[in-house]
Design a protein around this ligand. Structure first.
Ligand code: NAD
Length: 143
């Protein structure tokens, strides 16, 4: 059964981060530049939270706050759900679905070694299904 490590092997271990005292504007700038929807908030290598486009939409824009005057730590999501590299894709997607989160940092002990998103999980399932279908086609054609 595919696991989180199978995703990281393909997408790599880099994690885009931001510091808690950065402004929301700076965080949005990084998200736009990197074409991603969330940043892991780290201070001195310690995981502090996650800031997502959803946090911005609901806790900044809809509240009438200014992204240039609001700090990441004021609106980030502090309750963080993580997975380990050996978490199965099923467990990972169940966690995303139950907790309504789209991004999960991957940790090994105290260290953050990657991040998986809902899009990564869907892509992995689609590519695995394509491989299975090809194997079945090859099997039928041989028979
Ligand atoms: N073709 C692919 O392989 C693929 C993979 C992932 C997502 N997508 C597509 O991208 C769109 C949005 O994807 P999403 O909702 O999963 O979220 P997203 O836009 O935040 O993530 C896009 C990619 O960036 C990575 N990423 C996001 N934030 C990161 C961070 N802080 N550090 C390191 N990596 C980070 C994700 O793991 C994912 O691979 C969807 O349409 C999805 O289908 C495609």
């Amino acid at each position: 059964m595919p696991n989180v490590n199978d995703i990281l092997r393909v997408k790599g271990n880099h994690v885009w981060t931001v510091e808690p005292d950065a402004t929301i504007y700076e965080a949005l700038r990084i998200m736009a530049d990197k074409d991603i929807g969330a940043l892991v908030v780290m201070k001195d290598e310690k995981l502090m939270g996650i800031i997502s486009e959803r946090d911005y939409a609901r806790r900044v824009m809809l509240k009438g706050k200014s992204s240039r005057d609001t700090k990441v730590e004021e609106v980030m999501t502090k309750k963080i759900y993580c997975v380990k590299p050996d978490h199965s894709m099923e467990e990972t997607m169940a966690l995303m679905s139950q907790q309504h989160v789209r991004h999960l940092p991957v940790h090994e002990g105290e260290k953050i070694i990657g991040l998986v998103s809902i899009g990564d999980a869907v892509s992995k399932i689609i590519s695995d299904q394509a491989i299975t279908i090809q194997h079945l086609k090859d099997f039928i054609m041989r028979g």
